[in-house]
Design a protein around this ligand. Structure first.
Ligand code: PLP
Length: 400
């Protein structure tokens, strides 16, 4: 019989399925605002917002209040779509208010990958076509459909076959738009590629993409799972490009720290789930009332506060303070940033040293020479100066 694991780290490594050989493995005690504390009392600045989730910081008071209020009323009562649950309706209505016409109807799910799965289904169902187009170096999730449209072969080759009829084009390359044709059901794209290391396309490319989809009758699916909810200095990144998608996918920061996803389209498209067959897409927990209450509070704070107005300014301050010679490039939109170095080894050293000094940064899935900075939007100027000072110290240490 196996001896019982003893320390928290041993138990973590023994009983929970691992995803990497070297997890950060900080034992979390509590988290508030920009900070996470470990059980030894060490404080960390969270500069990645739990990977683009805690845009309002950890445990935002408005989110906690909404959660407490809903916990006193009801938890799960019925799978999605049958009973009228106030938090779901309120959230969907609020999303319709902040989105343009054509994106007025939300289907609430549990996660980003699930939103993508359903969006792909909707595009196929709506067009009667099977071909899907996605971009190289994209990340759309780890379930089979979402992985099929993810442009990172290393994540896929062990688990093929995946979805058939998926075609890839280069991101931000005009010539490749001809891959989208009359057989294409949908094109799925991140308006700014996140895990490729923050790749920002030209406005003209995004406009041409929209035009191409219209020309051939393909649906444009925008994956704003990482870019949404104020991260880039607009509520949704598609606003920067003067276009709008046919289907918008959200998750991560939508829930203010609670798990929720959504795919949003027109009423007309969403009616398709109701017939031939009815219950065309169903979920037990999607739109959980407690998570909807948290999401509504999150959207309200983002809409009613001036947080988004200062995102670009705060991002620019980061950029101006990170000026070490070892830094090759900073790619940034608002508070979505990639800091590039000469090699993965240097990235490893900087990330590790930052962690030792109480600053959490993190890697990208498809860009080994950069690390990510995606701090909560509530970060103050003083905190930005302190965080950048620590990162710069870690860069200086590289010379030693
Ligand atoms: N799409 C993008 C752009 C993402 O960054 C992620 C997660 O990192 C996903 C989809 C998948 O979301 P989830 O992890 O909630 O399934």
């Amino acid at each position: 019989m196996k001896t019982k694991a003893s320390s928290a780290a041993d138990r973590f490594l023994t009983y929970l399925s691992p995803t990497s050989p070297h997890p950060l493995a900080i034992e979390v005690d509590k988290a508030e605002g920009l900070y996470i504390w470990d059980t030894a009392g060490k404080r960390y600045m969270d500069l990645v917002s739990g990977i683009a989730v805690c845009n309002l910081g950890h445990r935002h008071p408005a989110v906690i209040k909404a959660l407490e209020n809903q916990l006193g009323k009801y938890l799960h009562v019925m799978p999605y779509g049958e009973l009228i649950q106030g938090p779901q309706v309120d959230l969907a209505e609020r999303l319709a208010e902040i989105l343009p016409e054509g994106l007025e109807c939300s289907y609430l799910v549990n996660s980003g990958a699930e939103a993508i799965e359903a969006a792909l289904k909707l595009a196929k169902r709506a067009t009667g076509r099977t071909k899907l187009v996605a971009c190289h170096r994209s990340y759309h999730g780890s379930t089979h459909g979402a992985l099929s449209v993810t442009g990172n072969e290393r994540k896929k080759y062990h688990v093929r076959p995946l979805l058939p009829d998926v075609h890839f084009m280069r991101f931000n390359v005009h010539q490749d738009l001809t891959i989208i044709d009359e057989d294409t059901a949908g094109v799925v794209i991140e308006p700014i590629q996140g895990d490729a290391g923050v790749r920002i396309p030209e406005v003209s490319y995004m406009k041409a993409l929209r035009e191409r989809c219209d020309e051939v009758g393909a649906l444009l699916i925008m994956d704003e799972i990482q870019t949404g909810m104020g991260r880039t200095g607009a509520m949704f990144a598609f606003e920067h490009f003067g276009i709008q998608p046919d289907i918008l996918c959200l998750a991560k920061a939508l829930g203010g720290g609670m798990p929720i996803g959504a795919f949003i389209a027109s009423q007309e498209l969403m009616q398709l789930w109701t017939h031939d067959p009815m219950l065309g897409h169903i979920t037990t927990f999607g739109g959980h009332p407690v998570n909807c209450a948290a999401a509504l509070a999150t959207v309200n704070v983002l809409r009613e506060s001036d947080l988004i107005c200062f995102v670009e300014e705060k991002g620019a301050l980061f950029e101006s303070l990170l000026t070490h010679l070892a830094i090759k490039e900073i790619r940034r939109k608002g508070l979505m940033m990639a800091v590039e170095f000469a090699s993965p080894e240097i990235v490893q050293q900087v990330v590790t040293r930052c962690l030792e000094k109480g600053v959490i940064t993190f890697w990208f899935l498809s860009d080994p020479v950069s690390f990510r900075l995606q701090p909560p939007l509530i970060i103050t100027e003083e905190e930005i100066r302190e965080a950048c000072g620590i990162i710069m110290d870690c860069c200086q240490d590289l010379d030693k």
